[in-house]
Design a protein. Sequence first.
Length: 810
Amino acid sequence: MGYAEVSVNSPVAQRRTFSYAIPSGLSIDVGQAVWVPFGDKLLQGIVLELTDYPAVEETREIVGVIEPHPILSSSQVLLARWLSEHYLSPLFDAVALMLPPGFERKVVTFISSTPHEYDMSSLTQEQRYVLGLVQRQGKGSLRKLEKTLGKKRAQTIVSQLVGRGLAVRSYELEKVKVKPKTVSYLDLAVKADEARQEAARLREKRASKQAALLDFLAQQPEPVPLAEARQRVNCDKAVADALVNKGLVTIQQIEVKREPISYQGITPSYPLALTAAQESAFKSIQSSLLQVAKGHTSPAIFLLHGVTGSGKTEIYLQALAEAVKLGKRGIVLVPEISLTPQTIERFASRFPRKVAVLHSKLSLGEQFDEWQRIRNGEFDVVIGSRSAIFAPQPDLGLIVIDEEHEWTYKQQDTPCYHARDVAVKLAELNGAVVILGSATPDIETFYQAQKGDYHLLQLPGRVTPGDGSLPQVEVVDLRDELKAGNRSIFSRSLSEAIAKAVVNREQVILFLNRRGGATFVQCRNCGFVLRCRRCEVTLTHHLAEDVLVCHQCNYKMPVPQICPRCLSRRIKFLGLGTQKLEQEASYTFPQARLQRWDTDVTKRKYSHEEILGKFRAHEADILIGTQMIAKGLDLPLVTLVGVVSADTALNLPDFRAGERTFQLLSQVAGRAGRGTLGGQVIIQTYSPEHYAIQAAAKHDYALFYDREITYRRQLRNPPFTRLASLVYTHTNDALCQREAERMKRHLLEERDSKGIADLSVIGPAPAFIHRLRGRFRWQLILRGSELSAFLSQIPIPHGWAIDIDPLGLV
Ligand code: ADP
Ligand code: ZN
Ligand code: ZN
């Protein structure tokens, strides 16, 4: 008899598997989804390993298979184990990342009869009734029986029949409920002439929106999608409803095919002749793909470093085509924000009908359809955001991660995985080549490339000659503005440039980091920011106690009355949000049309595109937004980008603040001057001498990297060590602190008893977000090289959340 190690879908299973016996006659493979008894329940599980001997003496049997074929590939099984070990997450949580959408459904139990001979008279009347029923239907659901006989009774009778070998149970997942997708269309219910007359009457009654919609429909030869009509006439659905109520218009639901990519209007594209720089980068990737295919070498990881517009995407496309030629397939990850129709179109037109799209805004039905088709090998390329790395793409030969430095690749819930690290692991397990692309590579990635672990490929500049020059960047010292008596949030330089652009009918983007709400304390006279003496991170103002706190080590100090550096009294709490900025801009530039773009305005599906569409159509002069606008699309009318405060990112209490600032400023600067009008960038700051700002202004990654890596080495931050954050949450602040202190003592004892030299524990301190939804949060930071292995030996009580390789502030 064989045995299987199964990851069971139960919160008590944690990071371990359970041994089950494989009943004879059942064929079981690694990666297969099965039903297993667990306590008094029947649960889903995934087989991770087949063994000759069980890990425990007493085992129960696997009850049945959920699907005839394995759901996880063997490399995905190994990946799930690695995820659970590395990120210390429950095993099934890691497995679940790779299951088809909607897989965790209810079980339906079916009863069917066996061909056994039996003596009718030996059965009770109820037993005969049930047996007769399932014989007639071939298979009956237990739930139906329970409805007619009562739950207890039905279960008893079924058990009796099963016990006598006259019936067997089988289990199936509830069907995925996939509703057909429909689109609302508007059509006139009256003749076009009549509609026009009605429109005139409505206009007299001042129902101008209804009149406009009616006129619009009267011009259309065919029914029009409601969404399109609303956009063209700029009206709400209520306007259409009003016309329906008047009997002038009908709304019909028309079923559409569920296909996330509309291939309508997409024409095939062909590989471009590469520039010399592209060619040399491509040749390296091509040769690695070939060598791997021949089994000569293990696959390489490439870092493709080049500014926006340097031709990285063209290299991805050609590398993917190369992999396809070798019988392989690819996965392409892009940050959620980049998953725009334009990006998808570029891939879809190069690989017509061979591109699958996965992202969180698809409906469950759409995700399910795509998952099945991917597994069937229908696509050469899967493109998606973070979780697309878990797509069941067969024959994986190439993984591309565009904008690899993006923070959206890190998942915040357990397992707190980083898609880039997962990709590197998955590639190793599959023998796939990896391309990491970025204009501003993550410091840790670049360090790997410097060490020679990754192959560095550089593209020197933009491809298209007109685009060749990067925009001029001016750094404005805000301390000088104050000295000159300008108290506005706009420096003289910036306000002149805005006014000029608006007069010239050009467009402006004003950028303010979203996390600007984070309060830090700064002298308005000399720009000095208060920092912790021990950690160098900025101190955060706690309103309730009115003290300054270091969120790393819990150092506290009263709010000073005068600046420790210049003795001025102009100490200020800074924290300017985009809403405030919009207000200020409307006072300062009353003639300009403003549009705000941040998460508050983009909660709805597609509204990114709507906002961008409006701005591109020049319906606004100034676009105000958070880091979202740092990415995205070419806007040819934009000639000026203003960074209202570069300091919001710089002064976050986080060792990555410099890196974050450099990346954001570089991206923002890349937005300007993409058109023929050229462009200008103005960065406002109190720290004009800071290397992150200096390097971004000069478009000089190497300059930034050299300084940053030196600091990282000095302060022993990643990549020279690893970090883990442990956050404890409780409604009682004092209890939270005590538990954090207890945990710290425990961790240190364990460290000392195991004799681990390079491990240190920092804190406890209040987490960056000290209070969240009424609960307090305290954190410990661990530094060391083998944190996962160390922490996996330590019992972690309920209430703690662990993040391995944490990125931002929690
Ligand atoms: P990136 O991904 O680095 O931003 P892209 O691949 O999007 O760069 O290239 C920028 C622009 O240059 C695109 O419009 C692209 O079509 C064009 N382009 C890229 N490579 C070439 C080439 N070899 N010849 C001509 N145009 C190119
Ligand atoms: Zn000062
Ligand atoms: Zn400190």
